[in-house]
Design a protein around this ligand. Structure first.
Ligand code: G3P
Length: 206
């Protein structure tokens, strides 16, 4: 099972490094999604696989304030998220950004909100495709409990492997997701907002 922990923007600076070290202690194969400003330190201080939470499609040059693929790669990220429901992009931008990422060999994990979007994005051949129904993100009900039929449909209709996320909290959520056809999960609040993230992560994945 591929496990992605999206750190989102819950914490900043040293607190992010502290949390990442706890994650690494439980399992150092986990992929974390990090804010661009934290990537350099995370790469220096942990062995986790780091994905930026977003990049823009621009090249080195006059693009004040944008986050370019080269920047996160040089800081130590191996990939980037695109099109998370908290950072939606239009299709043209996704396509353009993905092309730039491929040029510099930065992996991509693209979020989709339904089967229709999944089919469209699959054609772009990202490294990972993640199904997350936006209304379930950070909520009480998990994607595996609320949308089993859609996960199954995605498994049937897509050729590529995919992950699922939103509201994942328990071992059972992971088991069910796998059974329904997902190759991995993306999780955030169950770990990032936990009183004891190490314990919560152990309970979730071990
Ligand atoms: O990318 C993962 C994320 O959106 C899921 O969030 O808090 O529902 O686990 P959460």
């Amino acid at each position: 099972m591929i496990i992605i922990i999206n750190l989102k923007t819950y914490q900043q600076g040293k607190a992010v490094i502290k949390l990442a070290k706890k994650i690494q202690k439980v399992n150092n194969k986990i992929i974390i999604g990090a804010q661009a400003s934290d990537i350099y330190e995370l790469a220096k201080q942990t062995k986790l696989k780091i994905f930026a939470e977003h990049v823009d499609p621009y090249e080195p040059g006059r693009y004040t304030g944008f986050i370019i693929p080269e920047a996160v790669k040089k800081d130590g990220a191996i990939g980037t998220f695109l099109n998370h429901s908290e950072h939606k992009l239009d299709f043209k931008t996704i396509k353009k950004t993905l092309k730039r990422c491929k040029q510099i060999k930065l992996k991509t994990a693209i979020f989709v909100k339904n089967l229709k979007e999944a089919k469209k994005i699959e054609k772009l051949k990202p490294d990972y495709l993640i199904y997350e129904p936006p209304e379930l993100v950070a909520g009480k009900i998990s994607v595996s409990n609320a949308k089993p039929e859609i996960i199954e449909k995605i498994a049937k209709k897509l050729k590529m492997k995919f992950l699922v996320g939103a509201g994942i909290k328990t071992k059972e959520d992971i088991k069910t997701s796998k059974k329904l056809g997902a190759s991995g999960i993306a999780v955030s609040s169950a770990i990032t907002k936990a009183k004891d993230p190490e314990k919560s992560l152990k309970n979730l994945i071990e």
